[in-house]
Structure formats: structure tokens, C-alpha cells
Design a binder for this molecule. Sequence first.
Ligand SMILES: Cc1cc2nc3c(=O)[nH]c(=O)nc-3n(C[C@H](O)[C@H](O)[C@H](O)COP(=O)(O)OP(=O)(O)OC[C@H]3O[C@@H](n4cnc5c(N)ncnc54)[C@H](O)[C@@H]3O)c2cc1C
Length: 527
Amino acid sequence: MGPGAAVILRRRDVLGAAGALALAGCGDPPEIAGGFVGTHPERGHALRDATARAPDTTRRTRVLIAGGGVAGLAAARALRLRAVDDFALLELEDAAGGNARAGLMDGLACPLGAHYLPLPGNDAHEVQDLLEELGLRQRVAGRWIYDERHLCHSPQDRLFFNGHWQEGLLPLEGVGPDTLAQYRRFGARVRELMAQARFAMPTLRAPITPLTQTLSAQTFAHWLDREGLNDPHLRWYLDYACRDDYGAGTALVSAWAGLHYFASRHGFHAPGEGDADAEPVLTWPEGNAWLTQRLAAPCGDRIHTGRTVLRIDMQKHGVAVDALDHATGRVERWLAERCVVALPVFVAARVVQNAPDFVRQAAQRLTYAPWLVANLHLRAPLRDRPGAPPSWDNVLYGSAGLGYVDASHQSLNPRRGPTVLTWYLPLGDDALAGRRALLDKPWTHWREQVLADLSVSHPDLRDVLLRVDITRYGHAMACPTPGPQVSWPMLEGRLHFAHSDWSGYSVFEEAFTRGHLAGAAIAGLRG
Ligand SMILES: Cc1cc2nc3c(=O)[nH]c(=O)nc-3n(C[C@H](O)[C@H](O)[C@H](O)COP(=O)(O)OP(=O)(O)OC[C@H]3O[C@@H](n4cnc5c(N)ncnc54)[C@H](O)[C@@H]3O)c2cc1C
């Protein structure tokens, strides 16, 4: 940094960033580069425009996997592990991984979507096996130990609340006794419900009961109102938690979903009660792409990217799958014995010819939350406000966004340097408007939104920001809105359905288990 810059910094301390730039004679702040990355909405829309076209080529494989998100990759792994090597996976984007892919900004890896995995419980034993296979957990003297390099380093999370950073995400500093009492009451209700019903993850391991159906039939906001849980700080926190996991807040998601967030993990702990520490999670600079890249690598050239699956046609002796290869413009026909439909349900309902009733019903019932993810490349760390130190997850109270995670957080280098912050914006509270905005607004609109949002806690953001890459997800994830709980069949003839949508909400454990079960079922049919 040159001496002139040092002068600017000192003045900034007094005047704030904008005043300093004007005084330094800089005029308008420098333009910040960026653009849209990671997704190709037009490839998905190719489905809408596709008229039945005769294939240009025909290829054969034993198992065709349509869709290369976590579920599709888990199906591929299950086949590989059971020595079924004759499979092909078709993926629309340029890399497999779906919502769990990585970006790169000037050599720094960052997530384009999913960024962490809580330590899986015993219901998610397939995920536990994967973590063992990847060396992330091992049994030492009869206990499971996780590799500390991949567990989120401390400090894990903080909240910008009342102009100050506090540790943890539950608003605490300066809240009154009524708020604390409501925290305790909510925690007690979660414990009671955990004793009355099973909240398993993956959900297919929990029975549907009258109690879970009742919770599923109403919004979380309605349930909280009836319980008299109306403290604004508690309600903000619960709304944040729902937007974080489901892409929409308490007014839209079901009470079952709102409670499942806590009850399927370690409950809700009010301050001073039980283990109030943040739940341990696995995370990496590139987010869950660390996992999907390791799932994809052994598949080698059996993964075919840049392909939109247009039609899946179950025939008497096999399945015919037509896909548009975007590099060549040609339509390939794949003939397979079986097909894993690892596609979002609304896509499956469109491409599966004469789709079974349950697929059409599920597609009608599901609503999807759009999401936007912004990766911000910073040339230097941000200056910090008083309070808790920079953490992996940094959330702003009352913000439309969910805050940001820092891709350098897991670095063992004590000197903080250039980094990438990943900012998340769920748009499920008004999904139609959100989806339209994702298509219509230029990337600079989102750049200004992220700047406005984060400048509340980091007024110097604009000065250190080099680039903003925006990733748009029009139908990012199924949103668990009220409605009857259904245990959908996973099989129709030669078609095996596997995607997190079938769980009604989207996390790694749901997608992976469903993909794994599909692959294992097909391998089990062998011979
Ligand atoms: C912004 C964001 C953040 C998230 N953060 C987390 C997190 O931190 N932790 C967590 O556990 N979960 C997170 N999730 C949830 C995440 O969706 C799941 O963890 C998981 O990645 C879902 O995998 P999937 O296979 O079910 O679905 P998808 O990821 O939806 O996979 C479906 C795949 O099918 C492909 N496809 C679609 N149509 C076609 C077609 N016609 N032809 C060919 N291919 C097609 C898609 O490109 C995609 O690759 C996040 C999701 C989003 C959007």
C-alpha cells in the first residue's frame, strides 16, 4: 500500500468511505467488475422449446443417470461400489454437482451454492459411510472422530445486532427477560415434540404420524402464534433459520419444517441451557463441492456435461433417453436397461413420457424457492466493527440476505489476505417475483443489493471489492409449504426416482440417501 492510500485510510476513519473518496479526488468510486456465472438458464429453457426431434446418434449403456447433482452422483457411487461400471450420467451444466458446485475467483475457491454439512446422525448412515470413505471420520478407540481440518474452525458464527457483532446467531446482547423466557419456552416445546414424534434426517426414516401431519398442515408462523411465541427476536431468528434451510420464512413453510430444522438435529438450546454452542459442521473453501468433486472424479468420462435431457421414454425392454448436447447442437439417444431420474421433480414431470400419476401430483404440489448467491472477491480483509471477531458465518440482523461465509476461514495461515465472501439471498417468500427478477435484472442490480446489504456492517466493502460473481437458481430447492405429508414411491418400472425434491426440502443428506438407494437398488437387481 502506498503512502497516499495510507492518508485516505486515516481520513476514512473520520469521514467514512464515501467522503474519503471525494476528498481524495477520486470522483466516482471505481467500477467493480463481475457478471453472472455458474448456471445456464437457457439450457433449462431448451426443454420448453424442444419439439420431438429425431436423434442424430444413438448410444448404449446399462444404467443412465439423468441429472448430476448430489443425488445423481450418489447413485453413480452406489453403482460403482457394487461393480456396476456400465453407466452414463447426463448433466445440464458444465460440471456435475448441481447446487453443490464450486467457483474460482483469481485462484481462490468458493462455493456457488451449498457450503456446509452438519455431522450426520445415525439415520444418515449412508452419508456417514461416505465421510468414512473420504477420510473425514474414523473410529478411534471406539469413538468416531472427525478430521479437524474439515470441521468448521472457531469462531463459527456471529450476528451483527444493534450496531455490534455478537457471538452466535441468536440475538442475545441487550435483550430483555421476556425474550429469554420465550427462548426457553420454544426450546422446551421442541424437546416435547422430539419425545412425541421422530424427526429423522433423511425424512424417509421417520414415520408419518397424525402429529407430524397436523404440524405439516399449518404454517410455522401460525403454530408459533398459537403457542404465544411472539417475541420479535425469537421470531426473527426462526424466520432466518427457515430462510437459511428452506429458502422461505415462517409465514410460508410448514410448522413441521420449522420444527424439523431443530428437532432433526440437536434441538434448540436457550442461553444457559444444555449445549448452547454452535453445532459442529464440515466445511471447505469451495463448500460442498469438496464432496461432489470427489464423488464425480471416479466416474471419469462416464459423466457427460452440457446435456439437457429432453425426453425419458420407458419402453418394453428398456429406456430411451434423448438429450441435447449443447456443444454440438446434436440430439443423442441413449438406450439403457434402467434410468435413475435424478432430476428436480418439475423437470421429471416434463421429460418423463406418460409420467406416472405420482410424479405429476408431486410436481403440482411442490413449490420452489429461487436463490441468488454472490461471490465477492476482496483484495484485503474488511475492517471490523467492535464485538465478536470475524467468523465463518456472519449474519446481519434484519437483513433480506442471510449474511456471508468467508472462503478463507479454514485457512491455517494466520495472516488474513485477499479472500472471497459468499453472500446468500433466498427469494422464496415471493417466488414468482424472485424468479422474474433473476431473469430480468442485470447483474449490476444484484451487485448494488449486496453492497447495500453488507455495507451496514462493513462500510469499507466497496473500497476492497474487486469483483462480484452472481449465480442464479430459478428453481433452487423444494420449499416445504403446508400440505399433507406423502411417502412417494421411488420406482416405476425401469425408472428410479432420486432427488432431494422427493423429501419436500433440500439438504445434502436427503439428496445423497435417495441417490444411494436408487443406485443400490439397481445394482441389487443384477444377475
Ligand atoms: C444456494 C443454495 C445453498 C445451499 N446450501 C446448502 C448447504 O450448505 N448444505 C446443504 O446440505 N444443502 C444446501 N443446499 C441444498 C442443496 O440443494 C442440496 O444439498 C443438494 O445439493 C441437492 O442435490 P440434488 O441432487 O437433490 O439436486 P440438484 O442439485 O438440483 O441436482 C439436480 C441436477 O440435475 C440437473 N438438471 C436439471 N435439469 C436437467 C435436464 N433437463 N437435463 C440434465 N440435467 C438436468 C441440474 O443441473 C443439477 O445438476 C443449498 C442449495 C442452494 C440452492
